[in-house]
Design a protein around this ligand. Structure first.
Ligand code: NDP
Length: 481
């Protein structure tokens, strides 16, 4: 782990195994942080904030972020291979992710000098200012689906804003962040500003969130853990941001470009093995093209090559863990009872793939929106295809969910698309595409999909607080008494 700039073991000396999901073999052992390690890391972050980091200029913070970006780009091959080995995803996707990691650090490197306050036009002979200040020590808890990228989405804005932090990667995928942390010092990051602890949710994540010296909690993961975190943060009234996934509708009108629609539906839910918070797992298709589109999706899905992520031929890797594979298989079983299976529905037969945590890309059709597979986040390559009649029907089905992270709508009629955009209850809406994400644009959910926004200036805002300053320009006494 990295605490106060030193590479350290857990105080207890305990470690846990990290698996390669393509083979089911142990690929590393990492420290198993407990409350004592968390306490040490938070105290270091507190001290770094109080004694030094807060005086580092925005220009210097920007330069550090740009050096981190440069390092990520220079080490793309190393980081991408490690990401693929640890998370399972195809190498091309890991390379793309590491490119996004670098872009994220670059963006916030540029933003550091552009965060400013406002001067307000108040009555009387006075000047009022609203100035933005870093909130202090941030606790950051990361999921396993985009391990280094989700870390970058939290580290970069927090460094940009001038916070210090303790970050915990998911227990399944700590390796790329631990590797990247080795280069913090050479990129100019002072000791103690970013501390990385590896450990489990309950033994390391929970004490981190609850620590009295933590001012802000940023979390990406499941709704259930999100609620637990919010409850724990309430005790210290800590600022919280939560990104909690979804059950996003990907809506295809009959007048959509057909080839793009078929590709867009598959990409929306099968990219990254479906382990995507914004996965378009509910595919809504207008009745005139329902059968044709289903047939075309099934044919293409049969051609998706499963295999270890390092094999350039693989289009889909294993899911991240045995537990996640079993979870997806449970939903495959539920789906068989609730709907009609078009393709997939189990594990691949190839004995080589039986060693790892592979599941087949799966399409269920004639799914009712009340079905479990249409309501619960599966976080695997499982698509539910749902027919609809018209705009009103599509909106009713799309918004009938507890989630509100993302939605996509496909049609050649821009007026129809924009009517849908206005009525869809989601934090992100794509038109004629699904999944592209830009660091400049806000990311976050409506409803149970979360609180707060990541990326862009909104991401930095999560790590800032506003101070009002009032300056009396009168030189006489107030004259009240
Ligand atoms: P979790 O929500 O349990 O894990 C996310 C992160 O939270 C991990 O770092 C985890 O640590 C940590 N954590 C767990 N419990 C606590 C706690 N009490 N206090 C503080 N931190 C905690 O997700 P799972 O890995 O269990 O995945 C289950 C489901 O969650 C998935 O199938 C998917 O539906 C959803 N999910 C959604 C994601 C998204 O991007 N929105 C990302 C990941 C999962 P540890 O890994 O050690 O348990």
């Amino acid at each position: 782990m990295l605490i106060d700039g030193e590479r350290v073991a857990a105080a207890s000396g305990r470690t846990f195994d990290v698996m390669n999901p393509a083979t089911g073999e142990v690929m590393a052992k990492v420290p198993d942080a407990q409350a004592a390690d968390v306490d040490r890391a938070v105290k270091v972050a507190r001290r770094a904030f109080d004694e030094g980091w807060r005086d580092v200029t925005a220009q210097e913070r920007g330069r550090i972020l740009l050096r981190l970006a440069e390092k990520a780009r220079a080490e793309t091959k190393t980081l991408a291979e490690l990401e693929t080995l640890n998370s399972g995803k195809p190498l091309a996707e890991s390379e793309f992710d590491i490119g996004d990691v670098a872009t994220c650090f670059e963006y916030y490197g540029g933003l550091a000098t552009k965060l400013h306050g406002e001067v307000l036009n108040v009555p009387d002979n006075a000047l009022s200012m609203a100035i933005r200040e870093p909130i202090g020590v941030a606790a950051q808890i990361i999921p396993w689906n985009y391990p280094l990228l989700m870390a970058a989405w939290k580290l970069a804005p927090a460094i940009c804003a001038g916070c210090t932090m303790v970050i915990k990667p998911a227990e399944q995928t700590p390796l790329t962040l631990l590797k990247f942390a080795r280069w913090f010092e050479e990129c100019g990051l002072p000791k103690g500003v970013v501390n990385v602890i590896s450990g489990f949710g309950e033994s390391a994540g929970a004490p981190l969130v609850a620590h009295k010296d933590v001012d802000k909690v940023a979390f990406t993961g499941s709704v259930e853990v999100g609620k637990t975190i919010m409850r724990a943060a309430a005790e210290g009234l800590k600022k919280v941001s939560l990104e909690l996934g979804g059950k996003s509708p990907n809506i295809f009108f009959a007048d959509a470009d057909f080839e793009s629609a078929v590709d867009g539906a598959l990409f929306g839910v099968f990219i990254n093995q479906g382990e995507v918070c914004s996965a378009g797992s509910r595919v809504l298709v207008q009745r005139p093209i329902y059968k044709k589109m289903l047939d075309a999706m099934v044919e293409k899905a049969r051609g998706i090559k499963l295999g270890p992520g390092l094999d350039p031929a693989s289009k889909m890797g294993p899911v991240v863990s045995k537990a996640q594979m079993e979870r997806v298989m449970r939903y495959q079983e539920i789906g068989r009872k609730e709907a009609k299976l078009a393709v997939g529905g189990g594990r691949p037969k190839d004995p080589e793939l039986q060693r790892g945590y592979f599941v087949e890309p799966t399409i269920f059709y004639d799914v009712d929106n009340s079905a479990t597979i249409a309501r619960e986040e599966i976080f695997g390559p499982v698509m539910s295809v749902i027919p609809f009649d018209d705009e009103k029907d599509a909106l009713r089905i799309a918004n009938d969910t507890q989630y509100g992270l993302a939605a996509a709508v496909w049609s050649r009629d821009i007026f129809k698309c924009l009517r849908m955009v206005k009525r869809l209850q989601a934090g992100i809406v794509w038109v004629n595409h699904m999944q592209p994400t830009y660091v400049e644009a806000p990311w976050g959910g409506y409803k149970m999909s979360g609180i707060g926004r990541e990326l862009g200036p909104w991401g930095a805002e999560e790590y800032l607080q506003v101070k009002q300053v009032h300056i009396n320009l009168n030189e006489q006494p107030i004259g009240w008494y």
